[in-house]
Design a protein around this ligand. Sequence first.
Ligand SMILES: C[S@@+](CC[C@H](N)C(=O)[O-])C[C@H]1O[C@@H](n2cnc3c(N)ncnc32)[C@H](O)[C@@H]1O
Length: 277
Amino acid sequence: MNIQQALEQADYELCNASPSATLDAQVLLTHVLHCNTAHLLAWPEKELNKKQTSNFLSLVKQRQSGKPVAYLTGFREFWSLNFLVNDSTLIPRPETETLIEFVLNKFTDKKSFKLIDMGTGTGAIAISIGKEKPDWIITASDVSTDALELAKKNAKHHHTNNIAFTQSNWFENINTTDFDIIISNPPYIAENDPHLKQGDVRFEPQSALTSGKTGMDDIHHLCQHAKDYLASGGWLIVEHGYNQNQLVANCFAENDFTQIKQSQDLSGHTRMTAGKK
Ligand SMILES: C[S@@+](CC[C@H](N)C(=O)[O-])C[C@H]1O[C@@H](n2cnc3c(N)ncnc32)[C@H](O)[C@@H]1O
């Protein structure tokens, strides 16, 4: 089997299982061949050896059963950085980059900010900001020790030296009370949301996804307690679902946050709310 035949066969096998069959096939084949997409396009007639063929077909089969491409390759790109991923936490999503953009635009000239990323998962938020702001003092926390191990590996891989990692159920083990920014992409999907039975989320841990009957339990908790851990004038910034913007804005207002701001992702959905103490 050559590269072109492998891609055609995978495309055919994945077309009913994935909305991005052609791209998935290319990503899986570049992973098996340790090459980039340009190589696949330049050498369509190049033969795969036996091991490469069986590895590729095995990955296609797993993708056909719904397993996310990122869990098959072990990587996902976020903020132009490659993050190790595994099933201990969420695969980083492009909409979360909205939070990074907000922070970097709003606090461009702040030299030595103190920031905590709560529910850090792979460390995507903490590490992306840590790379952009090497002088900031950053804490990354998660309730899951497996997720924290993964985040530490990612921090090492990206040579970020300004991040401390703490296992904590939200604020339980947090002793610092003068953060300039508390940022979080918490679980925010309602427990009975039908989307949980579709696509990649079927393979991601519920603990990273769901938050009570309305999906708002963790956001409520963060809004209620964040002020005790923020410096005067500090900011709480959270990601949320596209249909939760009013609920989240109300929650910020009820907890006396001011200057409430919301931002949209690339699809035009409001996915981030920020407020000042
Ligand atoms: C939606 S994922 C976000 C992961 C990562 N920050 C990102 O943006 O890709 C939510 C994360 O919150 C963590 N989490 C869930 N409940 C928590 C709790 N009670 N305290 C701290 N972290 C929690 C999960 O383990 C998971 O890593």
